[in-house]
Design a binder for this molecule. Structure first.
Ligand SMILES: [Zn+2]
Length: 321
């Protein structure tokens, strides 16, 4: 009897450990949840999320509510990071970044930060086509926003990050990278130890005939892509000739962090404008998105981010010019 009891105790313990471990390791972002986020942000109700309008305020309220529901904390006293800027000479516009935070779980490494970001604003209205004038901004950049939100959900659930992670959704990107500029400066004034900044843009449509899933802007500026692919175990991130030609490195929200902190700061995207006809047009709608691809990309990127957040030393570094 004794033996059996001991054995069954061991078995029970083994099974319960295994059960817990599996539960912790099997956090997958579903196609349905990213589709839900993009559907709402790109709905006609939000009227193209132009900064300074009711539509973007609704988007901000939604993003904040979702982050709270995942268990993400605000980075500042509250989620909203307000800034003002003049778009034209006469009128001043108010914008709001939404900034969440998950503190690292390692006493030493938690003093180092990674910013994961995407802009959630868009251009509002576009040139009408068949009575539709709302530029919904599904690809640009409800998809990138959904990536940041679901990655935040992943880490809020798993709590596996040794370094601290900031999740930033920027406003007024379309008005000249205003939100990220403001936020990077605000972070710099706190003098935080920023390791890297990863920005997401337009992930809703796959490339055809490339040997990678997404490209990295500023590919040559650091060893980010090679390290990331090594962490992740496949060739997910590649080089885009178009991105280099148009210097997309300087055209999104990663750039302010590179300028302020001089650390590896890049945008990850699957759209260099060669594979999407609706850029800044009214046809950039949910119906044009491939949500299966979007969720696959997010799920493929997470393991690389997780390793990056947890390496004992900062392995991603700028290349010498
Ligand atoms: Zn964009």
């Amino acid at each position: 009897m004794k033996k059996i009891i001991v054995l069954s105790f061991i078995l029970a313990t083994a099974f319960s450990c295994k059960g817990k471990k599996q539960e912790r390791e099997s956090i997958t972002i579903t196609t349905e949840e990213v589709a839900d986020i993009v559907h709402y942000l790109a709905s006609d109700e939000l009227k193209g999320r132009n900064t300074g309008t009711d539509g973007i305020d609704k988007a901000a309220a939604y993003i904040e509510k979702q982050l709270k529901s995942y268990g993400v904390n605000p980075y500042f006293d509250m989620f909203l990071d307000e800034f003002k800027f003049k778009a034209r000479a006469e009128d001043s516009i108010k914008g709001y970044n939404i900034v969440g935070y998950i503190e690292g779980n390692d006493e030493k490494l938690k003093k180092e930060f990674i910013v994961i970001g995407a802009h959630y604003d868009h251009i509002g209205f576009g040139k009408p086509v068949e009575n539709d004038s709302i530029a919904n901004g599904a690809n640009d950049n409800a998809t990138g926003t959904s990536a940041v939100m679901t990655i935040a959900k992943y880490f809020a659930t798993k709590k596996s990050n040794k370094r601290s992670v900031i999740f930033a959704l920027f406003s007024a990107e379309e008005m000249g990278l205003r939100g990220s500029d403001h936020f990077a400066k605000r972070l710099k004034s706190q003098n935080i130890d920023l390791y890297t900044m990863i920005n997401f843009e337009m992930l809703g449509v796959p490339f055809k005939e490339r040997d990678y899933e997404v490209f990295l802007t500023g590919f040559d500026k650091s060893n980010f892509a090679s390290k990331f692919n090594e962490y992740q175990g496949s060739n997910i991130i590649g080089f885009s000739e178009v991105s280099k030609q148009y210097n997309l490195f300087k055209r999104s929200d990663n750039y302010a962090f590179f300028q302020e902190f001089n650390v590896p700061s890049h945008t990850i995207s699957s759209c260099d404008l060669t594979n999407f006809d609706h850029y800044h047009k009214v046809g950039d709608e949910s119906g044009a998105m491939n949500f299966q691809f979007l969720s696959n990309v997010i799920n493929s990127i997470i393991p690389g981010i997780e390793k990056m957040i947890n390496t004992p030393t900062k392995e991603i570094i700028l290349n010498e010019e």
